[in-house]
Design a binder for this molecule. Structure first.
Ligand code: PLP
Length: 416
């Protein structure tokens, strides 16, 4: 029995589907300790949009460590944090005419979500939050309360309250007009719906099964929130930092959320970092009212600033992500068509998925892909979607290689 099986909790999950010991990683590939390469269409669950050990970011990190730059600083002022904030302002916020202040909520995505929910409640004095069917926002109690998946929710061990789920886009396959139910409940004083402080939404639900909300739906949601004086929180933890093409996944909809949660690829290097962006008028915190030891991990600031400078000074990455996304999307449509509706191709940008009849089939396809040297995980309420989340920086030939493996894996499982 390995030390992992002996000592590590049964809660571990990824290592069950990929039972090898990884050692090195570069670009779009991870290498097991026996040297076997794996093409990575998982990318740290979206934390590695710029690939593993990206050489530009690595050099910035090595230089910073070599000069004994501060590593840990809570929320003290540091040179690295100043550079990160200035770069965020210059490369991301100003060009998009977004006026946000930045909360450093703690190291992970769930921290960014907790800070947004807490602040929304403090600002509005209301406790209720609207979330969506199949949403995923993290595993802490507040984030779980706005998460859909019943298995994940049951882990809480206490009632998860103060959140009301509404149907996400296409939940009824287009049978009902968007927001019919939601707006009727808001307008009806007899509906029993508590007045919400905020709505929290993912523009593309990653863990929920690669469900991409339509641009019109997102605009409609933003308008509805404005009409009813509800704060709009976009959780861009997984779909932000260019995953769907633009830096923020909501840019194509032309909306300006009141709060935005970022994590995963914001450090660019797989180092822990999260941000909650808030409109300045919402910044009603007392000093220290929201807190945490790991809110100033300076190596993450260094790689974050370098990633923003390297990839967001022009629109090259955005364009290439859109183009590669279209290509992957078309190839997945081709695979789906070959199975006469038994498979559905989904997604936007480089967040893509193939929905199968069951979680069992999707799991077998991912296992077949692993045997062929490709890492790809499942998502969706029953794990029925094989999810493709490659580094945005993968090469054209790596796109082809991955698609060929996926095609072969589907054929191996379903025949044809
Ligand atoms: N929000 C979204 C949309 C996510 O996809 C995730 C993680 O997958 C989280 C929040 C939670 O992030 P973390 O696992 O870093 O707490």
């Amino acid at each position: 029995m390995s030390i992992f099986e002996k000592l590590e909790s049964e809660v571990r999950s990824y290592s069950r589907g990929w039972p090898v010991v990884f050692d090195r990683a570069l670009g779009s590939r991870l290498y097991a300790e026996d040297g076997k390469p794996y093409l990575d269409f998982f990318a740290g669950a979206g934390a590695l949009n710029y690939g593993h050990n990206n050489p530009v970011l690595k050099q910035a990190l090595l230089d910073y460590i070599a000069r004994d730059g501060v590593t840990h600083s809570l929320d003290m002022f540091t040179v690295a944090k100043r550079d990160m904030l200035e770069t965020l302002q210059e490369k991301i916020l100003q060009p998009r005419e977004l006026d946000y202040k930045v909360i450093f909520p703690g190291p992970g995505g769930a921290n960014a979500v907790e800070a947004a929910l807490k602040l929304a409640r403090k600002v509005t004095g209301k406790e209720s939050v609207i979330n969506f069917t199949n949403a995923f926002h993290g595993m802490t109690l507040g984030a779980l309360s706005v998460t859909g998946n019943s298995m994940k929710r049951s882990g809480a061990g206490i009632p998860l309250v103060h959140a009301t789920p509404m149907p996400y886009d296409q939940y009824f396959d287009g049978v009902y007009p968007d927001f019919l139910y939601f707006e009727r409940l808001l307008d009806d004083s007899g509906s029993g719906l508590n007045e919400p402080a905020a709505v929290i939404v993912e523009t593309v639900q990653g863990e929920g099964g690669i469900n991409a909300a339509g641009i019109e739906w997102l605009r409609g949601l933003s308008d509805l929130c404005q009409r009813h004086d509800i704060l709009l929180i976009v959780d861009d933890v997984q779909m932000g930092c260019g995953r769907t093409g633009p830096f923020f996944s909501f840019e194509d909809a032309g909306i300006k959320p009141d709060m935005v949660c970022l994590s995963k690829s914001i450090s660019g290097y797989g180092l822990p970092l999260a941000l909650t962006l808030i409109k300045p008028e919402l910044d009603v915190w007392e000093p220290g009212e929201h807190n945490g030891t790991f809110r100033g991990i300076n190596p993450a600031f260094v790689t974050a600033a370098e990633a923003l400078r390297t990839y967001w000074s022009d629109d090259e990455l955005e364009k290439s992500t859109r183009a590669k996304g279209e290509r992957v999307g078309a190839a997945l449509e081709g695979i789906a068509e070959a199975y006469d509706g038994g498979i559905i191709a989904k997604g936007r940008g480089l967040a893509r998925g193939l929905e199968f009849a069951s979680g069992e089939v999707a799991g077998k396809v991912c296992a077949a892909a692993f045997d062929r040297g490709l890492l790809m995980e499942t998502s969706g309420p029953d794990s029925e979607v094989a999810k493709l989340l490659p580094p945005l920086t993968l090469s054209e030939s790596e796109v082809d290689e991955g698609l060929e493996i996926i095609d072969a894996s589907v054929k191996a499982v379903l025949g044809k």
